[in-house]
Design a protein around this ligand. Sequence first.
Ligand code: FAD
Length: 477
Amino acid sequence: MKHYKTVIVGGGIVGAGIFRDLALHGVETILIDKYDFSSQTSERSSKMLHGGIRYLENLDFALVFEALHEKNLWLKLTPHLAREVSFYLPVYKESKRPLWMIRIGLFLYDLLSNFKNSPHSVSSTKKVLAELPNLKSEGLKGAGIYYDAIMDDAKITLEVIYDALKEKCASALNHTAVLNVTKQNDKNRLTLKNQLDGDEYEITADVVIYALGPFTDHFLKNIPMYNWQDVLLPSKGSHIWISIKDLPLKYPIVMTPKSEAGQTSDRVIFVIPHGDQVLVGTTEVECSDDYFNITPDQVEIDYLLNSLNDYFPKLKLNQSHILASFAGIRPLVKDNESSDRGKTSREHKVFRPASNTYVIAGGKYTTFRVMGQEITREIAHHFGVAYNENLTISPLRQKSVISPFEWKIPTAIELKKICETEMPKSFEDLLKRRLSISGRAIWINRAAPIDFNNFFIEHLELLNKYFKVTKDEIERF
Ligand SMILES: Cc1cc2nc3c(=O)[nH]c(=O)nc-3n(C[C@H](O)[C@H](O)[C@H](O)COP(=O)(O)OP(=O)(O)OC[C@H]3O[C@@H](n4cnc5c(N)ncnc54)[C@H](O)[C@@H]3O)c2cc1C
């Protein structure tokens, strides 16, 4: 049975960040995910690296400060995956927050970034409408303009993992579920299942770290020795993709719609152009079902469409304009005081349900690098390694073949390189996270047909060297 010093269960951004930190410190580590890396919450976010302008109202200054610092750091480290953009926050006569309040909030936001953000401004109605002609003009008082980043969430997670894998002490398994964990003497004994061929086997590890995001309670409740009590207040968030042709927009907009049925709090909706598409989200609703591979409900989609039509009445957007949609669960950790998901802090927490066992939950994508540091510091110390919290402030060493901001169809040589170096284990891994084709494919098909099926069928022999895929499966996608 193979033994590892550390095993990380969960290959979303949080697990990936801890994996890289341990690997860079030379601590032997293996990362395991039940499905593909970054195929759950960490590819279903609003795709922003941001301080969280909204959290200023909750007085979460420390979180905003840390997140702004991380945002500005990753803008430097991964310029091919994250891009600074200006966000417009339109203010109307009936808006809850008047322009003067927005002005103070945006000043505070820049101050908390140590003025590393590009500076905010406030724009007149005339100027806003010149930049955003489709925006509702009635009652418009002007807009606050501030800077945050848009990013490719799945790709950042993958590149963090590829970087860790450059170290000899690191290995990673996707499509491998951890089924059970027991203690054997001082060691943790884990039962694993290869989800693709059904093989079950065991490994042991000195230390186990769970970075299971919203799946934390579900998983740990089933491991008797942890005697686990639920710690999460799960909150579902959904997004839709719309073609930029149907929703022409030069800059991201922050909408502040009124709550509707199903919403658990007043929240903002971001409308963000990403190349040829616009991302619209998110909702914030309760959820109680299975959290894997979830999809938006109609009531959430209606809420997003209604809000869009309120802000962009000329465009008359409806269901037929939606190219694709997705949903994820925020792994919020319960505050004692509040069950309001909007007000629950985005801070993370670390739990120790057994010796040499760490559970990390909560937090935000943006702060992943620093979230796991209290764990990695302790583990480095445990194995007699000097901890350097700045080791992870270094550029990632393996770029994805297909970059999200310069998206293109790969050549046969590029396809082979992706299969060899980026660990896709299924056609879906390749399509969604390595080639970034999901909503995009539908749009391309609608606007200017490109025959993706033929492209993949032509390369069927090549693909089958790396994972099983049939012509039928390709046609079904
Ligand atoms: C709608 C929405 C919008 C958001 N927008 C933003 C944003 O714009 N910016 C931002 O900073 N943050 C945002 N967030 C928060 C951010 O996306 C999450 O905090 C982050 O992605 C959580 O990452 P994670 O690694 O903890 O969880 P996950 O990415 O879910 O990773 C957990 C992994 O554990 C694996 N797993 C589960 N069970 C097992 C098992 N038995 N064996 C092995 N593996 C297992 C899963 O397959 C999964 O890959 C958003 C969240 C949501 C839901």
